[in-house]
Unconditional design. Structure first.
Length: 68
Protein backbone atom coordinates (compact mmCIF):
# COMPACT_ATOMS: atom_id res chain seq x y z
CA UNK A 1 0.00 0.00 0.00
CA UNK A 2 1.30 3.48 -0.92
CA UNK A 3 1.34 6.18 1.75
CA UNK A 4 1.82 9.95 1.45
CA UNK A 5 5.08 10.94 3.12
CA UNK A 6 5.38 14.58 1.99
CA UNK A 7 3.13 17.28 0.49
CA UNK A 8 4.23 20.61 -0.96
CA UNK A 9 3.45 23.17 -3.63
CA UNK A 10 7.18 23.77 -4.15
CA UNK A 11 7.98 21.60 -7.20
CA UNK A 12 11.74 22.11 -6.91
CA UNK A 13 11.73 20.90 -3.29
CA UNK A 14 9.58 17.91 -4.24
CA UNK A 15 11.96 17.05 -7.10
CA UNK A 16 14.96 17.28 -4.77
CA UNK A 17 13.32 15.01 -2.19
CA UNK A 18 12.25 12.51 -4.85
CA UNK A 19 15.83 12.30 -6.11
CA UNK A 20 17.16 11.93 -2.56
CA UNK A 21 14.71 9.14 -1.74
CA UNK A 22 15.44 7.33 -5.00
CA UNK A 23 19.21 7.65 -4.41
CA UNK A 24 18.58 5.89 -1.08
CA UNK A 25 16.76 3.04 -2.86
CA UNK A 26 13.28 4.10 -1.71
CA UNK A 27 10.53 3.47 -4.26
CA UNK A 28 8.52 6.63 -4.84
CA UNK A 29 5.41 7.77 -6.64
CA UNK A 30 4.45 11.39 -7.33
CA UNK A 31 0.80 12.43 -7.27
CA UNK A 32 -0.57 15.84 -8.13
CA UNK A 33 -3.51 17.10 -6.11
CA UNK A 34 -6.09 19.40 -7.62
CA UNK A 35 -6.54 23.11 -7.11
CA UNK A 36 -9.20 22.55 -4.44
CA UNK A 37 -6.56 21.29 -2.01
CA UNK A 38 -4.64 24.59 -1.78
CA UNK A 39 -5.65 28.16 -2.52
CA UNK A 40 -2.72 28.81 -4.86
CA UNK A 41 -3.06 25.73 -7.05
CA UNK A 42 -1.48 22.36 -7.42
CA UNK A 43 0.09 20.42 -4.58
CA UNK A 44 2.48 17.52 -5.06
CA UNK A 45 2.34 14.41 -2.90
CA UNK A 46 5.32 12.11 -2.55
CA UNK A 47 4.16 8.59 -1.84
CA UNK A 48 6.19 5.59 -0.67
CA UNK A 49 5.31 1.98 0.16
CA UNK A 50 4.02 1.60 3.73
CA UNK A 51 6.95 -0.70 4.51
CA UNK A 52 9.43 2.12 3.73
CA UNK A 53 7.58 4.95 5.48
CA UNK A 54 9.82 5.22 8.57
CA UNK A 55 13.02 5.22 6.51
CA UNK A 56 11.57 7.77 4.09
CA UNK A 57 10.63 10.08 7.00
CA UNK A 58 14.20 9.91 8.31
CA UNK A 59 15.68 10.66 4.88
CA UNK A 60 13.33 13.61 4.34
CA UNK A 61 14.08 14.99 7.82
CA UNK A 62 17.83 14.74 7.19
CA UNK A 63 17.51 16.37 3.76
CA UNK A 64 15.44 19.27 5.10
CA UNK A 65 17.84 19.76 8.02
CA UNK A 66 20.77 19.94 5.62
CA UNK A 67 19.03 22.74 3.68
CA UNK A 68 18.84 25.00 6.72
Amino acid sequence: MWTVVFVSQDKSKVDMLLKTLENNKIMTMLKMSGEDDFEDGTAYEIMVPQTELETAHEIIFDAETALR
